[in-house]
Write a protein that binds this ligand. Structure first.
Ligand code: SF4
Length: 358
């Protein structure tokens, strides 16, 4: 579909810059030009709503006031602060990036878009956000909100989930960013997408761009942006063996390239079935060298469900009392270790595990 003519290419900037001061939310990362807290907020807010991310941002800023503090923190402690936010690779990348900034850049964030892209885990969006908010570089941000606003106003029908569309949208956004106020424009267009031109029920009635908006004028608001359907969700069946001896419980750190890498959980068998027959439970415990404490009454398994973006985990937790500690060979081969309740409290864990323990 051809683009509508851009007779006045600054109409978008003018409208957004007039709209923004009257509607913006007061958010702490907007009060600074320091690239470190700006970067923290951007990492935390990826795939996370502001209301959910805000307490994490405040916690990170107060626990690690400088990039040096974050770089020097043990990874396990950082993961613990991140617990509950999901997408844990972001926390690991964030920690590594802090170390990279200290090691390779003397504790100073690069002050250009191109320089910021050299940081681990910093992609075009985050680099553009930091470059404009902290250093006033005129490079347009492109997040889900911006894609939506541009698709609707300019009637773009390209699939926003396709990597090939990025170039088209980026060129359009770069064409409209005012060089004297890039930070304000980027903030404004993202905020406009977040609270006015929302995915469902956008506030078109009171929109300052109504008369220039292609989607509104052509009755296409509900159809734009075009986004290909996400991959179907897959269901996984986890069977956890909560092995206990005395006051101690066995957990291990997840090292596989899979969900929750770096977090702690129990001995696990993944199968194609939501339930595991008792004979199978016993077989797994035996394979771990576990000896059942027959003086304890066997507890029924507990079922929990956890939904992630592309997968659903149906988990069964099987409590097991052991007569003896697990043999050293099992600890070596599986990474399982015995922890007290207080120690478990301090370990970084997926929400599913915390919910069960609670
Ligand atoms: S008129 Fe509606 S769809 Fe168009 S920019 Fe405004 S809020 Fe978005």
């Amino acid at each position: 579909m051809p683009l509508p003519s851009l007779a006045n290419s600054s109409f978008l900037a003018a409208a957004l810059l007039a709209w923004y001061p009257r509607h913006r939310r007061d958010l702490p990362w907007r009060l600074t030009r320091d690239p470190y807290p700006i970067w923290l907020s951007e990492v935390i807010l990826q795939q996370t709503r502001v209301a959910q991310g805000l307490p994490y941002y405040l916690d990170f800023v107060s626990s690690y006031p400088t990039v040096q503090n974050l770089a020097a923190a043990p990874e396990q402690e950082v993961m613990r602060h991140w617990q509950g936010l999901g997408y844990y690779s972001r926390a690991r990348n964030m920690h590594h990036t802090a170390q990279q900034v200290v090691r390779e850049f003397g504790g100073q964030f690069p002050d250009t878009y191109a320089g910021l892209l050299k940081l681990r885990g910093v992609g075009p969006y985050t680099a553009a956000a930091i470059a404009s908010f902290a250093f006033n570089e005129a490079v347009a941000v492109l997040d889900g909100n911006v894609f939506r606003v541009l698709a609707r106003i300019f009637g773009l029908h390209s699939d926003i989930a396709a990597p090939s569309s990025r170039k088209e949208f980026q060129a359009l956004a770069d064409q409209h960013i005012p060089h004297d106020e890039p930070a304000e424009f980027n903030q404004a267009i993202m905020e406009f997408g977040a609270i006015q031109c929302t995915p469902v029920k956008p506030d078109c009635l009171f929109c300052p761009l109504q008369s220039q908006c292609y989607a509104f004028q052509h009755g296409l608001v509900a159809l734009l942006p075009v986004k290909a359907k996400a991959k179907a969700t897959r269901t996984r069946y986890f069977h956890y063996f909560v092995l206990r001896h005395g006051e101690q419980v066995y957990l291990r750190r997840r090292t596989e390239k899979d969900i929750w890498q770096g977090l702690y959980d129990f001995a696990l068998a993944e199968t194609d079935s939501p339930t595991l027959p008792e004979s199978e439970v016993l077989r797994h415990i035996e394979a771990l060298g576990g000896e059942l404490d027959l003086s304890r009454v066997a507890e029924a398994p507990a079922a929990f469900r956890h939904v992630l973006s592309h997968q659903k985990v149906e988990a069964q937790f099987h409590p097991v009392w052991l007569a003896q500690p697990l043999p050293p060979s099992t600890l070596r081969d599986t990474g399982l270790q015995a922890y007290s309740a207080a120690e478990i409290e301090e370990l970084p864990k997926a929400v599913l595990i915390s919910n069960y323990l609670r």
